[in-house]
Design a protein around this ligand. Structure first.
Ligand code: UGA
Length: 343
């Protein structure tokens, strides 16, 4: 696909979310394509609403007419999902609707219309990984989930079933993207300001730092994640657009294996970055506190202890490799958070 081809329109479902807002901006800046965007929320994309190359529909995929409309476009990127662990326990049914029922309807419609569906899944489909688990490979790593009583896995189960559904639909051109903890400006929300409940760890720690509250280390903060800059994630999507033939019918990990840290180490790093942003000694920055997963998130919380992506497939098929270091990604995110929510 040529980036200067003015006849191409991409549909982006979830264009107002964290990843969607960065993708929309990048498509408008780096190509001459048009975007048909769907979301219930538009606060992150205000600057684009008047663009002549952007059509915005305030709606969601629960409505069958919206599904049909989206599937008329030749490329469909689906980013819409409930994806904050704080909701996987008490709202399991809604989580499954959002992560299985709605994407399944969209997949059926795309199979009929012949659109290429780029579906955002999750690194969480690798399940309840152990602390010493090896790097996770798209096409060979076995997957283990917790019991039905651990509703943490409602989300991953729905996401994995959607992947299997896409792969099983004859006539569907699909690509699955599995994000590994993307971070950057506009990630999640500040509780009580532009959202409620518990956001993911970056937004949670940023909120605590700005409010002068302790950073909560769930189960001691021993779990490890590979935090990946959202700008690398957007570059991945452009590599996929550029190598569509190699990407169709494949699932890809999108992550930065060099950026692995435990959550306790993440708290340390964020405290030190925050001290330098505010130009105060680290001793003035809030400390950490250990909490239990069930006390913090509710009954049924469980965790993946290590999520280390194998990145070989994206590199060999699409020529993509994440480049942005953990320190740079965290610094950009935290500076943005402090400025955006200046109290
Ligand atoms: C979540 C989603 O479930 C995944 O779908 C998604 O792919 C992933 O985020 C992502 O951002 O890519 P998870 O990594 O568990 O998965 O999300 P977080 O809520 O950010 O938690 C990361 C780790 O930090 C967990 O071990 C959690 O227990 C811990 N945590 C979280 C804390 O110690 N303190 C907090 O305040 C929040």
């Amino acid at each position: 696909m040529k980036f200067d081809d003015t006849s191409i329109t991409v549909a982006v479902v979830g264009c107002g979310g964290f990843i969607g807002s960065h993708l929309l901006k990048a498509i408008l800046e780096r190509t001459r394509w048009r975007v048909f965007g769907v979301d219930l929320d538009s606060y992150r994309i205000q600057e684009h609403l008047s663009s002549p190359r952007f059509d915005f529909l305030s709606a969601d995929l629960a409505c069958p007419d919206v599904v049909e409309r989206v599937a008329r476009f030749p490329i469909v990127v689906n980013l819409a999902a409930i994806c904050t662990p704080g909701r996987y326990m008490a709202e399991a049914v809604e989580v499954i609707r959002s992560n299985y029922d709605h994407p399944r309807a969209l997949a059926d419609a795309c199979a009929k219309s012949g659109s290429w569906l780029i579906h955002f899944s999750t690194s969480e489909i690798y399940g309840r990984t152990a602390i010493d688990s090896a790097s996770l490979e798209e096409d060979s790593t076995p997957i283990v989930f917790g019991p039905v009583s651990a509703s943490r896995w409602s989300y991953a189960t729905a996401k994995l079933l959607t992947e299997r559904y896409l792969a099983g639909l004859s006539n569907l051109e699909w690509t699955v993207v599995r994000p590994f903890n993307f971070v950057g400006p506009y990630m999640d929300f500040m509780p009580g300001v532009d959202g409620d409940g518990i956001p993911r760890v970056l937004a949670n720690f940023s909120t605590a730092l700005v409010r002068g509250e302790t950073l909560k280390l769930v189960n001691g903060g021993v779990a490890k994640r590979c935090f990946t800059s959202v700008h690398d994630a957007i570059d991945f999507i452009f590599c996929l657009f550029a190598h569509a033939d190699a990407g169709v019918g494949q699932a890809f990990n999108v992550g930065n294996a060099d950026n692995e840290v435990s959550i306790a180490e993440l708290a340390c790093l964020m405290r030190s970055i925050f001290a330098s942003i505010k130009d105060v000694p680290e001793s003035d920055v809030p400390g950490v506190e250990v909490v239990s997963g069930e006390d913090y998130y509710g009954k049924g919380y469980d965790d993946s202890l290590r999520r280390l992506p194998s990145v070989a497939k994206a590199e060999s098929l699409l020529g993509f490799k994440a480049k942005i270091s953990l320190k740079d990604a965290l610094e950009e995110s935290l500076r943005w958070f402090v400025g955006h929510y200046a109290l």
